[in-house]
Ligand binder design. Sequence first.
Ligand code: F6P
Length: 360
Amino acid sequence: MRIGILNSGGDCPGLNAVIHGVVSAASNLGWDVIGFRDGFEGLLPPGDYMLLEPARTIGIMKLGGTILGTTNKGHFVAKVGAGNVAEVPQEIVDKAKTTLRHLEIGALIVVGGDGSLTTALQLYRQGVPSIGVPKTIDNDLQATAMTFGFDSAYATVVDALDRLHTTAESHKRVIVLEVMGRNAGWIALYGGMAGGADVILLPEIPFRMDVIANYINQRDAQGHHSTLVVVAEGAKLESGELVTKEKVGNKGEDRLGGIGERVAAEIEKMTGKETRACTLGHLQRGGAPTALDRILGLRFGVKAVDLIKDGKFGRMVSYQQYHVGDVPIEDAVMKLRTVAKDSEIVAAARSVGTCFGDVQ
Ligand code: F6P
């Protein structure tokens, strides 16, 4: 048997651990693994790929990025069609199927977030035996309690906040740290809580600038002259505006970014306190994965091969209650998993004095 693997969308710490898990488990069964380069693009005829022999993946688990390369643009960007369903154009899907047939690939593992898994589902529905592996630092996929990459991403936020605390305190400043996460606030919430942020602004909880300014003034009056604010890139301004760096129209998702600067400027205007903004950006995606993400990635890779062995196609590997199992890919891509405003974790943060900028 020969199987294929590709990763698609933004890179994510732990991708190489998945590849190592897949290659090791497949080699135990006497299977060959073909790794497609640069995401789905590697499926375009004549195919851009490499044979992943076990010796090739030894030691890669601790490396950030992906040895296969990836892309989140290109020919496989889904477009919303007449039926309002985002799909990759049929002629592109047909080309991918030709390559898979030509290389005699018996099953394809797609490691990706919601967009890439939607494409995996499209391929599966058209007869390609596909398995999904959930990947995204945003942790926003339904049907899995956690995606690999998230732990590494928010660890970077915590490290940044630890550093920002000392400079903010020394200068009695407010510092606003903008973090990734797209339309989900998980990175901001976990990173902010663990890093001791005073204010956390999420896409899921609309905030008001006057509430934030009052909170900062109150802290000042109590003798806390510095304040750390974490803002998720997908948090909306009071007007409801999503701040973007680039609108890409139907060529993919808009690039978010810039809300940190906007919030910082408002805070300085409303409180009179010296305020700085800092954007963490791709530091959250780069570098070595944490121990947790290495193990999660490895287990996900091994499980993907198990699913192929059992003929369970159209399924996605899923982490639930300390167990790696599987769910239909549909369950993961139907809607995003976001932070619930009334969840226990938000309540816990409020209990220790975190301000979410809302009126309760
Ligand atoms: O989805 C992962 C993610 O890192 C988001 O948090 C972020 O908005 C986006 O990708 C950045 O994408 P790019 O690498 O294309 O700038």
